[in-house]
Design a protein around this ligand. Structure first.
Ligand code: GLN
Length: 304
């Protein structure tokens, strides 16, 4: 497979579309990101890395962090987690409160904001310093020591994230948050503010393409079954209320974030990450989704 040539083709085809998306502005710090950025990287399970465009430039991972917090929560709580979070697509925006009320405070899945707040609470209840544990976990997965929070982004969301704050208090009122809402939110906002590049995200997620084991080190992160569970959840819940369209077009389990990144996994083959800050109306990267669609079309590789 000539990945470098395929990535170059995609870069050329997709770059003009970057301007069609809208950069997230509800987190003020994200509004300042230039909309014309585009990067894409692939990391194969046998160790090859390919990249194009701004694939080494760090951006705000936002909801992509939910992949890593879920992984840690599965390590810590395993099946007990599912008493507090569901495993069904929400069919609603990632920050919706409506469903949470109707369903008595049990979020539909771990990849919407309400679900991630509960996942963060589960980690907090078991580890003194959830904030830095998640950061250090990602550093270890990548073998990169200087991955860190973007504090300007974290503080920006802390100042303006009233909907997430409402959600945390709502969860608390239903008895589905053990910790204080302020503490859970502080960890959650920091996890979302992690700054990583496409290359780093691919490397960090490679264990999901390799049955739960980091290929380079042989370290087991999750059992093979747990890796399957995470990938299944990514396919059914990873791109919010556009998950059906994403699966239809791309055919890979994937997780998006409002920083414009999308991380996807092809079990037994590779992880792939794309970044273009302009979003569609669901909060998924517009050019990023298109790039992944072209990638599975041109390679002929998808889970289907
Ligand atoms: N930090 C963002 C929020 O909580 C993450 C959402 C996203 O990336 N979809 O609103």
């Amino acid at each position: 497979m000539d990945y470098p040539a395929i990535l170059e083709d995609i870069f050329r085809e997709v770059r003009p579309c970057c301007a069609r998306g809208r950069v997230a502005t509800y987190i003020p710090e994200l509004a300042a990101v230039p909309p014309d950025r585009f990067g894409m990287a692939v990391h194969t399970v046998d160790g090859a890395v390919y990249g194009v465009g701004e694939c080494a430039e760090r951006f705000s991972v936002q909801s992509i962090s939910k992949v890593f917090t879920l992984t840690l929560a599965m390590q810590l709580a395993d099946e007990a987690l599912w008493q507090r979070v569901g495993r069904e697509p929400s069919g609603n925006p990632f920050n919706s409160l409506v469903q949470l009320e109707v369903e008595n405070g049990k979020p539909r899945n771990p990849f919407i904001n309400a679900g991630a707040l509960v996942v963060t609470d589960v980690i907090l209840a078991r580890l003194a310093d959830a904030k830095h544990t998640v950061r250090d976990f990602v550093r270890r997965l990548c073998g990169v020591d200087d991955i860190d929070f973007d504090l300007a982004v974290a503080h920006s969301e802390q100042r303006t994230g009233h909907r997430n704050k409402a959600m945390a208090h709502f969860l608390k009122s239903f008895g589905n948050l053990d910790g204080a809402p302020e503490v859970v939110l502080d960890a959650y906002f920091h996890h979302c503010s992690l700054a990583m590049s496409c290359r780093e995200l691919c490397t960090a997620a490679l264990f999901l393409a390799n049955g739960g084991v980091v290929p380079a080190s042989g370290d087991r992160v999750l059992s093979a079954s747990q890796a399957k569970y995470v990938n299944s959840l990514l396919l059914t819940c990873g791109t919010y209320d556009a998950v059906g369209d994403f699966a239809y077009r791309v055919g890979l389990p994937g997780k998006s974030g409002v920083g414009g990144g999308i991380l996807a996994v092809m079990p037994k083959r590779f992880s792939v990450c794309v970044w273009s800050p302009g979003l569609d109306e669901h909060g998924n990267s517009l050019a990023g989704t298109l790039a992944l669609e072209l990638f599975t079309t041109k390679t002929g590789i998808s889970i289907f």
